[in-house]
Ligand binder design. Structure first.
Ligand code: FAD
Length: 410
């Protein structure tokens, strides 16, 4: 379908597809088995200038936004969702800095994340705080001209490979959810070390680690936005990062469908290609319907978000203000429900499509020297991270009830 992409957006697609075909597919099994960070691929994508496609030119990006981030994740994931996540893990770090950072903070961290000279990561989850982020125990005690960070975060994508982390901790535990604040922490800070590296079912090219903070001092200049607004920073940032998860799912679904189609056209049983059986054709048609519906919702959501976000970014850069404050002053909508819907629709579709593709391929689909089973293992996480699909449904329903109450107060 023609989604009316601009020339620059089509260029992202063409370049990413070429890297996927020529560089990622030949090595994806290696990184799945070894669970190493795919540095050579990262360097390739960095050289192609693709790592900053979603960041403003003023900070070394190429001036795109959510839709550009979506296209990059989608087309990398067609070749390998694990490598796609590993190389784009800076986005959930850069987006809260872009939205909530002061002009100084934007200038300090975004150019290196845009160029790929430094890799970013995002860490809110803790062993006792997953879906319920308000239960986090990590503390950032105000102390003189900074904060002292203590506690353990877990399941941090990017792990030890990253250099810059957006970390959430409580500056005032007595205030519960309203005591949580967001900080930028750099690798090498005294008292910041790494713990367990997880062994995972899928997306194994992307490292997932614990972060340990023991009396780790961070300067007050590293506080993002205001004390006590951490949860708000996280939630508003998720609106803009969840489309990239939906994009991973759309890319995965497209990749696994394409590779399955090649196989079922060639595989013969009962004297004919298995692609000629109606039972197989209907499964394939249902896969195509689901993925295209998801993609249409995702692109529409990303476009709607960017329409509001881009003027706010331009104004914040011109006036040396904070992007989120400009979004508020310009009355920009957040599209939280649509962002959550895109993540649910696309990740649920990708999971079902990957399972169906294994089924269509039969026994070979189950084997590790054939790429289909890896797509199935990679798909599951998309229904879990950045908020499980149950949590997304809770948020969508809460949004519907809120809107109804606004429209029909009684
Ligand atoms: C590979 C991987 C990478 C990750 N990367 C990152 C990262 O980079 N940064 C980061 O901060 N986090 C990361 N995470 C954490 C991820 O976001 C959480 O795992 C996720 O939010 C779910 O939290 P949980 O695992 O504690 O599950 P739990 O919260 O324990 O949930 C368990 C089950 O209960 C359900 N449930 C919980 N509460 C409700 C409710 N109110 N209503 C309905 N159902 C509910 C959930 O949907 C789920 O099915 C990653 C996780 C994984 C596995």
């Amino acid at each position: 379908m023609d989604y009316g992409l601009t020339e620059e957006q089509r260029e992202i697609v063409t370049l990413t597809d070429r890297i996927g075909r020529e560089k990622i597919k030949p090595v994806r099994e290696h990184y799945d088995v070894t669970e190493e960070f795919p540095w050579p691929i990262y360097e390739e994508i960095k050289r192609a200038g693709l790592l900053g496609v979603y960041l403003p030119e003023a900070y070394g990006g190429t001036g795109g936004n959510t839709l550009e981030a979506v296209l990059l994740s989608e087309h990398l994931s067609q070749a390998c969702p694990g490598i796609s996540l590993a190389v784009t893990t800076s986005a959930p770090c850069a987006i809260p800095i872009l939205l909530f950072g002061t002009p100084e903070q934007r200038t300090r961290w975004l150019p290196d994340l845009a160029s790929g000279d430094r890799l970013g990561a995002f860490s809110i989850t803790e062993p006792s705080a997953g879906s319920d982020a308000t239960a986090l125990r990590c503390t950032a005690k105000p102390d003189g001209d900074g904060y002292v960070l203590n506690g353990v975060k877990n399941f941090c994508s990017g792990g030890e490979a990253a250099d810059v982390y957006v970390v959430f901790a409580s500056t005032n535990p007595a205030r519960g959810a309203r005591g949580i604040s967001a900080f930028v922490v750099e690798k090498g800070a005294k008292g910041f070390t790494f713990g367990k590296k997880e062994k995972k079912m899928g997306i194994r090219a992307s490292p997932t680690l614990e972060l340990h903070f023991q009396d780790c001092r961070i300067p007050k200049e590293n506080l993002l936005y205001k004390e006590g607004f951490g949860l708000f920073v996280a939630q508003a940032s998720f609106d803009f990062t969840r489309p990239a998860i939906a994009a991973q799912a759309v890319g995965l679904a497209t990749g696994v469908m394409n590779e399955t189609l090649s196989y079922i056209r060639m595989r013969r049983q009962f004297g004919q290609a298995i692609s000629s059986f109606q039972a197989i054709q209907h499964m394939m048609a249902d896969c195509a319907i689901a993925v295209e519906s998801g993609r249409a919702l995702l692109y529409a959501t990303a476009r709607a978000m960017d329409k509001g976000l881009n003027p706010a970014i331009a104004k914040a850069i011109k006036d040396d203000t904070i992007v989120y404050d400009e979004m508020k002053s310009l009355g920009v909508e957040r599209w939280s429900m649509e962002s959550a819907m895109s993540k649910v629709v696309c990740s649920d579709a990708a999971m079902k499509i990957a399972v169906d593709c294994v089924q269509m391929c039969g026994g070979i689909g189950y084997m590790r020297d054939f790429p289909i089973e890896k797509f199935m293992r990679d798909a599951k996480i998309m229904q879990i991270y950045e908020g499980t699909n149950q949590i997304q449904r809770n948020e969508i329903a809460a949004g519907m009830i809120r809107l109804s109450a606004q429209e029909n107060p009684s």
